[in-house]
Design a protein around this ligand. Structure first.
Ligand SMILES: Cc1cc2nc3c(=O)[nH]c(=O)nc-3n(C[C@H](O)[C@H](O)[C@H](O)COP(=O)(O)O)c2cc1C
Length: 188
């Protein structure tokens, strides 16, 4: 697969086969992802691998609870449009994927969001090159139940900056159309 094919193949996948991802393969993808650029080469990330559908459902339910509470408190919430789907007991924010890898870092650390986002990009491209599907699911990083967060091994001063679901895709959707890039100015 050349680079352009890889860019086409890396799509946000939301429909997965009922097939576990071997732990060794997940670790290989993580090893690829840490080659991402990162500020001052601090490599400030760590990982939580949830390769268990029951735990993913618990994290999904806890995240949905936070999101629904936020929508109910703030009538102007940007998440308002998602209220109905979030209240649907059958909706799993992780789309019933078999695995979620949380890209984790301190809550307050310089450049952490950039570093984790770049790492996530490498992670998703590596997974696509190995025939796996991914999707960054921001909705899945909203769990606030301290007991649950402790159970998944998240230190108190850390958060999941990028929750990436991973699995064997049932199908890979076509690339959603891109807007023309806006080049504000060319100075040559
Ligand atoms: C920061 C970020 C947060 C995202 N959160 C969600 C999410 O919560 N749920 C979801 O289904 N997709 C989520 N996505 C996936 C985007 O919807 C997707 O990347 C976009 O529609 C473009 O599709 P493509 O990834 O196939 O190119 C997120 C993507 C990014 C980068």
């Amino acid at each position: 697969m050349d680079f352009n094919q890889l860019l086409e193949k890396r799509r946000s996948v939301r429909d997965f086969m009922d097939k576990k991802v071997p732990l060794e393969l997940i670790k290989e993808i993580i090893s690829d992802s840490i080659k991402a650029p990162n500020a001052s080469h601090r490599q400030p990330w760590s990982f939580i691998i949830v390769n268990n559908r029951d735990m993913m459902k618990r994290i999904s339910d806890a995240s949905k609870k936070t999101l629904i509470e936020g929508i109910e408190k703030d009538p102007n919430s940007p998440m308002k449009g998602y209220a109905a789907v979030l209240k649907d007991a059958n909706f799993n924010v992780f789309y019933n994927a078999p695995c979620m890898v949380g890209i984790v870092g301190k809550i307050k650390a310089a450049t952490i969001a950039y570093d984790c986002a770049l790492l996530a990009c490498y992670f998703m491209l590596s997974a696509a090159s190995k025939g796996l599907g991914t999707c960054w699911v921001a909705q899945g990083a909203e769990a606030r139940d301290p007991e649950l967060l402790k159970e998944i091994g998240l230190p108190e001063d850390h958060k999941i900056h990028a929750p990436i679901i991973l699995g064997y895709p049932k199908s890979i959707p076509p690339m959603p159309e891109r807007k023309e890039p806006v080049i504000l100015k060319i100075i040559s």
